[in-house]
Design a protein around this ligand. Structure first.
Ligand code: APR
Ligand code: ZN
Ligand code: ZN
Length: 376
């Protein structure tokens, strides 16, 4: 019996309150309205940004909410006017939607659509209503996607069709973490062959940046982390050396400047710590280095730098979702993953059934995993 047009009751991990564990609840998911898509989620990665939202690091996030923004699934039904997908299509919900008509979408170098909810955190569909409810209460959505639920509804601009042969338990990472780290290296920094790179933070984002440096042909890739447990995988993925700042009695950027005869060509901050961001700038060569900020700090944090750091010739970049125009680029990234241009499977160190989501967050917060992927 078709569920199209009907309210679906299913399980979701609801974050009722700030800083409280998720509760698996039965929720109601309303049918998609015009230009909306209802998706059965099969897999979702757990990203640090979900934790940011949960603990209050992202200003304005509204509760109760269904978090999760790194998923893959199959279209269950579509609202009126939807042309890009049909029921049965395999898709990735987009945490960075693109309307393809605003100045940002039309600009060749931008992907941050005016309809992106990050920073605003309205937590609703574009028509300012929600499709989720539980026990009579409205539940908000997150980053236009909400993937910690068996069924979600997204606006058509927040969904892209992918190859149905792609393994959803790996390509879900293309929805955020992988694309963010990898794309900043390829699209934002445009690392050329032979470059020397430093990657600060070897989590899911940092490891993906390492993979990007490797694919770009960097000759030296220095990984930096305070957790030595990350070094073995980092070296497998392409790091030529790994450093733990705690092993040195001077700041790590000074160590890197000495090791590289003045500083690296390209540095990447993949943690979300403003002090490490300063170090990331200083580890790049004072005259031609390019520092790239990827990590998301708490929204109240401020980066303080000496302007001379830039006036000597350095470049400072920031990017969202690796500067990919997701609806255009993700299908190709999925193909690249299937052709093993990079090994997404290496990032998935843990898989858990969806009900064990709180365990997944513990693994992440205790530095025990690169990525945990939930199975629905
Ligand atoms: N110096 C070096 N490494 C550090 C430091 C530090 N001061 N603090 C933390 N780290 C390391 C951790 O040990 C961990 O390996 O940074 C890594 C961060 O990895 P994850 O926690 O797995 O985070 P990830 O999902 O990769 O996201 C990183 O990018 O998208 C953003 O919101 C996200 O801000 C977060 C960042
Ligand atoms: Zn993310
Ligand atoms: Zn747009």
């Amino acid at each position: 019996m078709s569920t199209a047009g009907k309210v679906i009751k299913c399980r979701a991990a609801v974050a009722w309150e700030l800083k409280k564990p998720f509760v698996i609840e039965e929720i109601e998911v309303a049918p998609p309205k015009a230009h909306e898509i209802r998706i059965k989620i099969y897999n979702s990665g757990i990203c640090h940004t979900d934790n940011h939202a949960l603990v209050g690091g992202m200003a304005g996030v509204k509760f109760p909410i269904i978090l999760g923004h790194e998923g893959a699934g199959i279209v269950e039904s579509v609202g009126e006017g939807v042309k890009s997908v049909k029921p049965g299509d395999h898709v990735i919900p987009l945490c960075s939607p693109m309307c393809m008509e605003c100045p940002c979408c039309l600009h060749p170098d931008s992907n941050f659509c005016v309809k992106n909810d990050v920073g605003k955190n309205v937590g609703l569909m574009l028509d300012k209503t929600s499709r989720f409810s539980c026990k009579g209460k409205l539940i908000h959505n997150f980053m236009s996607s909400s993937t910690f639920t068996e069924y979600t509804v997204v606006d058509e601009i927040a969904c892209v069709k992918i190859d149905p042969k792609a393994p959803m338990d790996q390509v879900c990472l293309i929805g955020c973490g992988f694309s963010t780290g990898y794309g900043t290296v390829l699209n934002t920094a445009k690392v050329p062959p032979g470059a020397t790179c430093a990657v600060f933070g070897l989590g899911g984002i940092g490891m993906s940046a390492v993979m990007g440096c490797k694919v770009s042909g960097a000759k030296r890739i220095i990984g930096i982390d305070i957790n030595k447990g990350k070094f073995a995988i980092a070296k497998e993925l392409g790091c030529t050396e790994c450093l733990d700042p705690n092993d040195f009695d001077k700041p790590i950027h000074e160590v890197i400047v000495e090791m590289t005869n003045g500083g690296v060509d390209y540095s990447f901050e993949c943690i979300g710590n403003v002090e490490v961001m300063a170090s990331t700038i200083l580890a790049s060569h004072y005259s031609y280095g390019v520092a790239n900020i990827i990590g998301v700090p708490p929204s109240t944090a401020r980066l303080s730098i000496d302007v001379m750091w830039l006036l000597t010739g350095r470049t400072l970049n920031g990017a969202f979702l690796g500067d990919w125009k997701a609806p255009v680029s993700f299908p190709g990234l999925v193909q690249d993953a299937m052709k093993k241009k990079f090994d997404l499977g290496a990032l998935v160190t843990h898989k858990l059934p969806f009900e064990k989501i709180n365990e997944g967050f513990d693994l992440m917060n205790h530095g025990k995993c690169i990525r945990t992927v939930l199975d629905f």
